[in-house]
Design a protein around this ligand. Structure first.
Ligand code: AMP
Ligand code: MG
Length: 343
């Protein structure tokens, strides 16, 4: 079966195509995307939506070409696509609407079934596909989302999350205040690497409340430190990583213990960070668990994961009427009925 998926929850518009035939080791035929960015970071939702509307045709053609080449043809024909999937929840309304509209248009024009997908669960399912993790706890760290998710009692449940901003947005704001440009996460990582020795650590507010965390207090504290001019940029970058990542590792570890699971899967753009991966790996090894990290292409927002979850849902009998193919910007993962898992 071949499924074409569309991602458009936030800054990224993507088209992914997957094929689950048994003889194919690499199930993802195409994973093409184009992201809306601004020099200073930040996002105006209507502008991001304009970007998505503008490039959706180009991204779609690119994906059909890529998928065709993977099958030894010039281009994949829409006739060969069995199902259209799209990110239905959660996300920014303006952006989601463009993806849903593109999906409905394709479904109607080519007379294909349509399926709506939850973006957070898609991160988890693509991770299971490409890493072979079986029943992991997902540490999902992206621009807007910071959540610890696991499958329990037939649902994907959120065991811990940020109470204010997402870790990625936090790192981007901090980097902007330091004058490091956008996106900030990768630059903060590079600066932090310059620091040798933990004696350069600058004390910052560490805020874990039960299974949840927040970053607003740390950001305010950092603004004051930057303003004082008393601290070296690289020392602050190093300290931010050590503090914020330790908070998330703590929550992830408690989720592993609580759910009695032994696999930690990483997802989201911030999970590309090597220091974060190192800290997670250390924690996992200490408790006899295993860490799984998908390739960066599948960590960041992508449409391959939307196509893959669409395929799982369609095969489990998920049917969506075209007039019900709407968007659900605020839905939570535990509101989704998980029909595709048998455990
Ligand atoms: P996403 O929303 O999942 O596409 O992730 C985007 C976020 O990931 C942005 O906030 C980036 O700053 C952040 N990011 C990307 N690469 C890294 C990295 N190496 N270290 C930390 N954050 C990163
Ligand atoms: Mg994401």
């Amino acid at each position: 079966m071949i499924v074409l998926g569309i991602e458009s929850t936030a800054h990224t518009f993507g088209v992914g195509i997957v094929d689950d035939s048994k003889k194919r080791a690499n199930k993802v035929l195409a994973n093409v995307k184009d992201s809306y960015t601004t020099k200073k970071g930040g996002m105006i939702p209507s502008k991001a939506a304009d970007h998505h509307a503008e490039i959706c045709g180009k991204v779609l053609r690119g994906a059909l070409e890529k998928a065709g080449q993977a099958k030894g043809k010039e281009e994949l024909d829409m006739k060969d696509v069995d199902v259209i999937a799209y990110s239905q929840s959660p996300g920014i309304g303006h952006c989601l609407r463009i993806g849903a509209m593109a999906a409905r248009s394709l479904a109607v024009k080519h007379n294909k079934p349509i399926v709506g997908v939850n973006h957070c669960i898609a991160h988890l399912e693509i991770g299971r596909l490409v890493t072979k993790a079986k029943n992991p706890v997902l540490l999902y760290l992206s621009g807007a989302n910071t959540q610890v998710i696991a499958y329990e009692g037939k649902k994907y449940r959120i065991f811990g999350e940020t109470l204010d901003m997402g870790i990625g947005n936090f790192l981007d704001s901090f980097a902007r205040d330091l004058g490091l440009g956008f996106p900030g996460g990768p630059v903060v990582e590079k600066m932090a690497k310059k620091v040798k020795g933990s004696d350069k650590y600058v004390e910052l507010p560490y805020s874990v409340k039960g299974m949840d965390m927040n970053f607003g207090g740390m950001l305010t504290n950092l603004k004051q430190k930057i303003k004082s001019g008393k601290f070296k940029k690289e020392d602050l970058c190093f300290s931010v990583q050590e503090t914020a990542f330790a908070m998330m590792v703590e929550v992830a570890e408690r989720a592993l213990a609580h759910c009695d699971k032994s696999e930690l899967l990483l997802g989201g753009g911030v999970a590309c960070n090597k220091r974060l991966q190192e800290m997670c790996d250390k924690m996992c090894k200490a408790r006899g668990a295993k860490m799984y990290v998908p390739a960066n292409e599948f960590l960041v927002d992508n449409a391959g994961m939307i196509a893959w979850l669409g395929l799982l849902q369609h095969k489990a009998g998920d049917k969506l009427k075209i007039e019900k193919a709407d968007i659900k910007p605020y839905i939570r993962t535990d509101e989704i009925e998980v029909k595709w898992r048998k455990d």
